[in-house]
Design a protein around this ligand. Sequence first.
Ligand SMILES: [Zn+2]
Length: 269
Amino acid sequence: MRRLILAIPFALTLASCATSPTGRTQFMLVPPDVAINESRLAYAQTLEELTGSGRMLHDPALSERAGRITGRLVAAAVRTWPHTAGWEWSVALIDDPEMVNAWCMAGGRMAIYSGLVSKLDLSDDELAQVMGHEIAHAVANHSAEQMSLAIVQGLAVAAVGIETGNRDKANAADMLATVALSLPNSRGAEYEADQLGMELAHRAGYEPAAAVTLWNKMRAEGGSPGALQFLSTHPNPENRAARLAAQAERLRNQPPAQPPNSYPVRIHP
Ligand SMILES: [Zn+2]
């Protein structure tokens, strides 16, 4: 982390831009590989905390469902982006019946909160759309974009940590990955995750129209405290329903995808 922080003034002057899979320009202070590395630490720490406080979900039926659905999505993702075959694809099932949330960190480390499935009464096709959207955020390096933003916003805090010899600074890097998850994605990133996520779910053999019913359910649930976390990190782009419906129509006119063989995704616990 120290090296990372010391490199920032230099990196800022060189702040490089990257191009996303849909051709959008991305501000990348943090290289995707660094984001993947930091996310590994953050994920391990998150799982440790959840296990320690008894919040991991032991539900064989949901484990099987999550493994089957994400397995097909990941298989489709790896086919399109072969470099992600080396990722440690995994899903943590979190016992929180009030929380409507899911995420995918850089490097394919995912989480599903039990409230997402139970409160929205999701079908397999709808769950595939949520996770396709989350996986799209990861493969399009939105996590690295978020971490870049977190660094710019948190420069002063990180510098103080170094000046005072704060022992917590070793944890600063993985905190960065966690903080990045709590920042709202840009509208451009949301459009992109909607588009790529639907394409991914389609290639995995899931029904495109489920993206529309999913977001209707999400919108109906939007007023509840449990849904606010998801909606605050995934802002609702203008005309989302109309855009999703139009894309669903486009995809339905394409030949139905042959569902790929499931990719082995590790399910926690
Ligand atoms: Zn999103």
